[in-house]
Design a protein around this ligand. Structure first.
Ligand code: F0G
Length: 376
């Protein structure tokens, strides 16, 4: 596992424990050397660790058996089409965050940290707290007061996290984390360059799950702090480099209309934060996403795009998916199905395209909003 941490802007190499580039503050990414690719093979391990030959980890693996989630063909809602959902809500803490957290926590332990911290709209904190419990280190989480779904807060508490409720938005909470974290504590927000390495495994799984039906054509991902879409894109590019897939899918990012800075930047070419993000999908109620540059690059490179949906559209999609397909996801995840429903209506999806909506979180994460969706 030869790798280096490189700045995506100025391409300089950073030290292993850096979060951003020390020269230009750019985002970092893990790049593997040629040997890692030439010696690639699947490992006899559960979940994401099957792909651990393309992880930046030494011998340590903190795991709760994350990954290996089901792919459902959504043929009641969209008959005669190749539309699927990848149900990440079946991960150990109920969201896709577990893939990246397993790798991030393994690095924290490898580096010798005894304390870990994150800011969160709920899922990252629940996931980090669980993996910290497994690893035997102390989790600290910063959440915007009154703005995260109660079950997520309960998860973080029961896994033993110390919770700091901050005034303002998620963006304010994240600023606090970066402003006040001491060097003895490892930051596990998605700006951490190792977390996306776990999250990219979703691309590997999808490639295998759709291999026999022609491969993946389109992947639709909710965009909040904007890390996951580029992590998944990185996975597809690595699988292509390995010769394990022939084609690359287009990546479509979906934002909530009230928290849409990445959508606006995609259209205008200029990023401006949204000061007071507002959407019922609390997981992606983010005005100043740290990884926006990576997200826009993933959409552009893959010939995809970033779009937005209203709260009414996402609530309808959440309810329809549950009622007609038996799949219950959280509001942020339903943005993907809402976007696809609109594209189907506008004849923007070919009948034989394999489209995958990434359902990032479980519906039980936010039952209050689900009840609203059911009676909407
Ligand atoms: N879907 C869910 C359910 C999420 O919890 C998040 C992010 C996203 C989508 C967006 O992913 O940030 O990589 O673009 N939740 C973070 C958290 C911010 O703190 O749990 P992204």
């Amino acid at each position: 596992m030869g790798f280096s941490l490189k700045c995506i802007e100025c391409h300089s190499t950073e030290s292993e424990q850096a979060y951003t580039c020390s020269k230009c503050k750019g985002l970092l990414e893990v790049l593997y050397d040629k040997e890692a690719f030439s010696s690639y093979e699947l490992a006899q391990k559960p979940g994401i660790w099957k792909y651990s030959k393309l992880f930046p980890c030494g011998g340590i693996a903190i795991t709760l058996h994350e990954g290996n989630t089901p792919l459902y063909h959504i043929n009641n809602l969209f008959s005669g089409m190749g539309i699927h959902v990848k149900f990440e809500g079946l991960n150990p803490t109920g969201s896709f965050k577990d893939r990246g957290m397993a790798v991030g926590m393994s690095k924290a332990i490898e580096f010798g940290f005894k304390k870990v911290v994150c800011a969160s709209t709920g899922n990252t904190s629940a996931s980090m707290a669980a993996y910290a419990a497994k690893a035997g280190v102390m989790p600290f989480v910063y959440v915007p007061k009154g703005k995260i779904a109660l079950p997520k807060l309960a998860q973080a508490l029961v896994y033993g996290a110390k919770i700091v409720q901050t005034e303002g938005t998620f963006d304010d909470a994240l600023r606090k984390v970066f402003g006040s974290t001491k060097p003895d504590t490892y930051i596990l927000n998605s700006i951490n360059p190792y977390r996306p390495e776990g999250q990219k495994t979703l691309a590997f799984e999808l490639s295998e799950q759709l291999e026999e039906s022609g491969g993946v054509d389109t992947v639709v991902v909710p965009v909040g702090n904007a890390a996951n879409i580029s992590a998944i894109w990185k996975g597809f590019k690595e699988y292509k480099q390995l010769g394990l897939v022939k084609k690359l899918p287009r990546m479509i990012g979906v934002q909530a209309a009230g928290a849409n800075p990445v959508y606006k930047a995609f259209l205008s070419g200029k990023f401006e934060p949204v000061a007071n993000p507002d959407t019922i999908a609390s997981a992606i109620r983010i005005g100043n996403p740290v990884s926006h540059v990576k997200a826009i690059a993933a959409a552009k490179e893959s010939k995809g795009f970033i779009t937005q949906v209203s709260d009414a559209e996402l609530l309808n999609a959440l309810a329809a998916l549950a009622k007609h397909e038996g799949v219950f996801c959280e509001p942020a995840s339903a943005t993907t199905v809402a976007a696809v429903a609109r594209m189907v209506q506008n004849n923007e999806i070919a009948k034989d395209d394999n489209v995958v909506c990434v359902l990032t979180g479980n519906g039980l994460k936010d039952p209050e909003t689900a009840a609203k969706a059911a009676t909407h």
